[in-house]
Write a protein that binds this ligand. Structure first.
Ligand SMILES: *Cc1c(COP(=O)(O)O)cnc(C)c1O
Length: 388
């Protein structure tokens, strides 16, 4: 049949940055050598630079969840009261983790597609003055919604609690002023905005968070932040690190620094806006219309459809992997990603493909309607028509 290029269009793993892939091939390197220490030190330094913080940033060889667990198991104690915001599949992960480690969680739940508002966090803190932590997702990847972490941080900063943010798809898709806003713990992962495969997790720790590490009594071994900080200061990681991914990360960080984190964020924001406008122009309904984030846009399948049809057709017709809904949203929504190595040419193609898939499966649209909406956003942002 026709040529179908394989395209990874999910919100993690995201498309890979070619130079990072090339860098990963040089992984015949030993992690206890000066050669590797140079690479590792530079990756940690550049991570801090792109995150815009002077706080300590630690790295673990694990998927993002490892750094989430490190935050819980190193900073809290059994029975600690915690306010946990849960607005989707990843919020539920915080809830499960808090239960696994014996925290006394007050869960602030929002329906899928909705968000937990900052005033609810403020009220929960007032009602639970002994709370030691507040947990949230900056961007809830399962629904595409984004939390107002800045306003939440202002509420948390006035208390004894620390603010722990899963920013795994927030980094690079929304401004996050770690020190200016008082974001105590910020968690990231390699397979999202960093444009490399899964397997590295990061977290930044404020001085307030470090003080919590002094009293924490929860068991941990692999994810030991004090040990990891000591190792990092010596240019190493505590255990054998994922050397190939760290080499790849170095190349990606180089690219992000060159572009500027602000531009990276603006790129995601423009693509997200264009996607929303295209979906609406095609007569589709957005899943998180009130607080849309820019990491991923969740769109409801047409009435009576299983969204899996759209996912399958992207693969069978165009070789492209897009994301279905997760958990209870499976079959109801599909998700178009914008974080990391995505550009407008990708989005023109995705929306053109979507128009064909919709039409071929009984939801006829006028070809070009969605694409035109994307072109309009691009034109307003970046086209200055030359006068003859
Ligand atoms: C991807 C992701 C994670 C991490 O999941 P892993 O599979 O452990 O990498 C956590 N939170 C959010 C919001 C994510 O998007």
């Amino acid at each position: 049949m026709h040529i179908k290029k394989q395209r990874l269009l999910t919100p993690g793993p995201t498309p890979l940055y070619p130079r990072a892939l090339q860098a990963m091939m040089a992984s015949d390197i030993h992690h206890r050598t000066e050669d590797f220490r140079t690479v590792y030190r530079s990756a940690l330094k550049d991570l801090k630079e792109v995150l815009g913080t002077t706080h300590d940033v630690l790295m673990f060889s694990s998927s993002g969840t490892g750094a989430m667990e490190a935050a819980v198991s190193n900073l809290f104690s059994r029975g600690d009261k915690a306010i946990v915001c849960s607005a989707g599949k990843f919020g539920e992960r915080w809830v499960e983790m808090a239960a696994a480690f014996g925290l006394d969680a007050v869960v602030l739940k929002a329906e899928y597609g909705d968000v937990v508002t900052p005033d609810r966090v403020e009220a929960a803190l007032a009602a639970n003055p002994t709370a030691r932590g507040v947990f949230v997702q900056a961007s809830e990847t399962s629904t595409g919604a984004a939390h107002d972490v800045r306003a939440m941080a202002a509420a948390v900063a006035k208390t004894e609690a620390i603010f722990v943010i899963d920013a795994i798809t927030g980094i690079g898709t929304m401004p996050l002023d770690i020190e200016g806003w008082g974001l105590d713990v910020v968690v990231g992962g390699s397979q999202k905005v960093f444009m490399i495969p899964p397997g590295l997790a990061f977290l930044s720790l404020s001085p307030k968070a470090w003080r919590f590490a002094e009293t924490s009594n929860l068991p941990h071994y692999y994810f030991n932040i004090k040990k990891e900080k000591k190792s990092a200061d010596a240019g190493e990681s505590s255990w054998t690190p994922s050397t190939s991914l760290i080499l790849g990360l170095g190349a990606s960080l180089e690219y992000i620094k060159q572009l500027g984190m602000g531009k990276m964020i603006e790129n995601a924001q423009l693509l997200a806006r264009a996607t929303r406008e295209a979906a609406v122009a095609l007569g589709l309904e957005l899943f998180a219309p009130n607080s849309p984030g820019s990491a991923v846009t969740a769109v409801k399948a047409p009435q009576g459809w299983d969204s899996g049809t759209i996912v399958k057709e992207f693969k069978s017709r165009f070789g492209a992997i897009i994301a279905n809904g997760q958990g209870s949203m499976k079959g109801k929504i599909f998700r178009i990603a914008h974080l990391g190595y995505f550009d407008f040419a990708d989005l023109f193609a995705v929306i053109a493909a979507l128009e064909i898939i919709l039409t071929a499966n009984g939801f006829p649209v006028t070809y070009g309607t969605g694409v035109a909406a994307v072109q309009k956003v691009y034109a307003e942002a970046a086209v200055q028509v030359k006068r003859p």
